[in-house]
Each structure stands twice: as structure tokens, then as C-alpha cells.
Write a protein that binds this ligand. Structure first.
Ligand code: DX5
Ligand code: ZN
Length: 222
């Protein structure tokens, strides 16, 4: 099943709860939450207290994308705040195996993320312990950038590997995805679509979510 994960980075933070309710009612499955530390990426966004508060307004699956150095320091805090999927970068972690074990002990879903320049082979050794792999299709740090189409090759390689080894790992892509290019993204084997500006920076957020699901249906998802 193909899922949409609206990224709240592009939401109106003065009415965050309402924005979340709109995407939930429109049928989005995951809520993508971008956490930035101003160190791993050149930007600062939101953290634990915000996640704790928005946990009260929705039952959506919280897909927490940690763009922070040494992310393992904060796994417990994010788990307690209400994260369902803990997504951290291979480039930011000192010890990926121990980190993944830590997430499992917390009873959360584990996902590994790679930046556009990082080889997809780096996640292959961990696939058996991963619920999801997130392939960044823009340099992390900001919403509203243009997709780097070359990153789709990584999704193709990963999708082949996952199907050849009968794994159930989801493949998520994040950055620059629009209604115009989502079909191409899905064709590469991606099944979780992150969309920030193309959901929240529109005149009708609910219609934008529904338009994405229409595209999924056209692609052959039911
Ligand atoms: C960027 C974030 C993305 C961002 C995507 O570092 O990880 O999740 O919100 O925004 P769009 O969809 O506008 O590229
Ligand atoms: Zn993200």
C-alpha cells in the first residue's frame, strides 16, 4: 500500500493542530515530523515538546525524521513524546547497530535515512532490522527544494534487493515531490511519499492530500 506522509515543516505553525486534523481527515497515513539541530543541517526546526503536544490531537503514525548529530541521545525522549517511527541518518550516527537495537527496545519502528550523496549500499547490511529506509531526494535542511532525480536509482536498487530477499521494508522518499513527479517516484519502487510544500503550501490542503491519493490509485494502488 502506498502512503502519503505530509511534512509539517511547511505547515502553518500558528495553527498546527488544525493543519494536522485536515491531513488526517483527508486520509494521509503518516505524519512526517522534521527535527533539525542547526548542526547536522544548517537549520533548526522543532523538537520533543511540540511532538508531545501534537500527539494529543491525532492518532496518525508519527514518522519522526531526526536530522541531528548523535541521534541516539534522544531516542528515548522522542519515543516518550509519541514517535512511532524513529528515522535517523547513517551520516549522523556513531554506531548504527546499537542505535537500531535501542529503538527496538523502546518498541518503536526503526528507519535509516541517507542523504542524496550517500551510497544506498550503506543501508543494505541493516535491512533485516529496518522497518523503513528513507532516501533523501534533496539535501536535508529545507522544504521547497527541487527533487534530485538521480536519487530514484537508489530506490530502484533498494526495491530490487527488498523483493529478492522477501523483505517487507518500506521505501520512503523525501524532498521535492509534487503531483507532477510523484508517478515517476512511485515507478522507482518508493511506497511512502513525503510531501511538505506540495501539501501545505497550497490553497486547499485537504484537496492536495486527496490529489496525491488519486495519483496513487492511477499508479495501481487500491
Ligand atoms: C527537508 C525535510 C523534508 C521537507 C520536504 O530536510 O526532510 O521533509 O519538509 O519538503 P518538500 O516536500 O517541500 O520538499
Ligand atoms: Zn523529512
Amino acid at each position: 500500500m502506498i502512503k502519503l506522509a505530509p511534512s509539517i515543516l511547511s505547515a502553518d505553525f500558528s495553527r498546527l493542530g488544525e493543519e494536522i486534523n485536515v491531513v488526517e481527515k483527508a486520509g494521509a497515513h503518516y505524519l512526517h515530523i522534521d527535527v533539525m539541530d542547526g548542526d547536522f543541517v544548517p537549520n533548526i526546526s522543532i523538537g520533543v515538546p511540540v511532538i508531545k503536544d501534537i500527539r494529543k490531537v491525532t492518532d496518525m503514525t508519527f514518522d519522526v525524521h531526526l536530522m541531528i548529530n548523535n541521534p541516539e541521545r534522544y531516542f528515548e525522549a522522542f519515543a516518550e513524546a509519541g514517535a512511532d517511527i524513529i528515522n535517523f541518518h547513517v551520516e549522523a550516527s556513531q554506531d548504527i547497530e546499537t542505535s537500531l537495537r535501542k529503538i527496538k527496545v523502546l518498541n518503536k519502528r526503526a528507519a535509516l535515512t541517507i542523504k542524496p550523496q550517500t551510497d544506498v549500499e550503506q543501508v543494505i547490511p541493516y535491512l533485516e532490522s529496518l522497518d523503513m529506509v528513507l532516501i533523501m531526494s534533496v539535501e536535508p535542511g529545507f522544504g521547497g527544494q527541487e527533487i534530485i532525480i538521480d536519487t530514484l536509482k537508489k530506490a530502484e536498487r533498494l526495491a530490487d534487493y527488498i523483493s529478492n530477499h522477501n523483505l517487507l521494508t518500506e521505501i520512503e522518499m523525501d524532498g521535492g515531490i509534487t503531483l507532477q513527479n510523484v508517478n515517476q517516484v512511485l515507478s522507482s519502487g518508493v511506497n511512502v511519499i513525503v510531501a511538505g510544500s506540495s501539501v501545505f503550501n497550497t490553497t486547499d490542503v485537504s484537496a492536495s492530500v486527496r490529489d496525491f491519493y488519486d495519483e496513487f490509485k492511477k499508479f495501481g494502488d487500491n
